[in-house]
Ligand binder design. Sequence first.
Ligand code: HEC
Length: 204
Amino acid sequence: MGRRVKSRGWLTQGWVWGSAIALGALLFVACGGGSSGHPTSAPTPTSASTTPTTLVVQDAKLSAADFRNVNTMTRVGDHFIANVRGHFAEALAVARSANGGTYPVGTIIQLVPQEAMVKRAPGFSPATHDWEFFSLETSPSGTRILSRGGAKVVNRFGGSCASCHGAAQPQFDLVCGTTHGCAPLPIGPDVIAAIQKSDPRPKS
Ligand code: HEC
C-alpha cells in the first residue's frame, strides 16, 4: 500500500517544519535553520544589477503528527480548514469566496477525519493542482497515514480522490462542497456530522 509520489530534488524533504529551500543561481543558501553544510552568512552584497535571483519556495510536506482532530480546525460550510504555513486568512478568504480561488501552500482541508487534502508547493503535482491527497487512520493515540500523493491516491473504498474532485468547476481548486459541480456523496449531512463528531483524536 502507501504509494507515494516520487519526491523531486527541490522539495524540502527531511527538513524541519517551517524551513524553506532557497534556489539561487550561485547556489548560495542562506538558511535560517543553520543546517551544517550550508554557509551561515549571506553572500557578500554586490551591486543591484547582479543581485542573485534567489527564489524561496515554501512547501508543506506534512507528517502524521501534523494532522489534528478535525473539530479543532475552522469550519467552513460542512468541512474544516487550517493552514500550517501562516496563510490562514488567505485560505479562509478563498474558502468563503463565492468565486473560488487558489488555496495558499500549507492549507489543510478535511471533510472527515479519514481523508485530507494539503496544498503543496507549486509543481508538486500539476494534475491535482498541487494538492496532496491523504487517506488517514485515526485513533485516540493520533493519526496514521495510509497513503498519500497526487492523482493515484484512493480512499479506503477504492475511490480515486482526484477523479471525483476533478469534477469541481475550475475556479474552486478541486474543492467539491455541495455546489461546485461534483457528484454528491451518497451520505447526507447528518451522517457527515456524525463522522466528524466521532473523530477519536485528542482535541489538544
Ligand atoms: C466518490 C467521489 C469522491 C471520492 C472518491 C473522494 N471524494 Fe472527497 N469529496 C467528494 C465530495 C462530493 C465532497 C463534498 C461533500 C459535501 O460537501 O457534502 C468531498 C469532500 C471532500 C473534502 C472537503 C472539501 C471539499 O472538496 O468539499 C476533502 C478534503 C476531501 N473530500 C478529500 C478527499 C480525499 C483525500 C479523497 C481520497 C483519499 C477523497 N476526498 C475521495 C467526493 C469524493
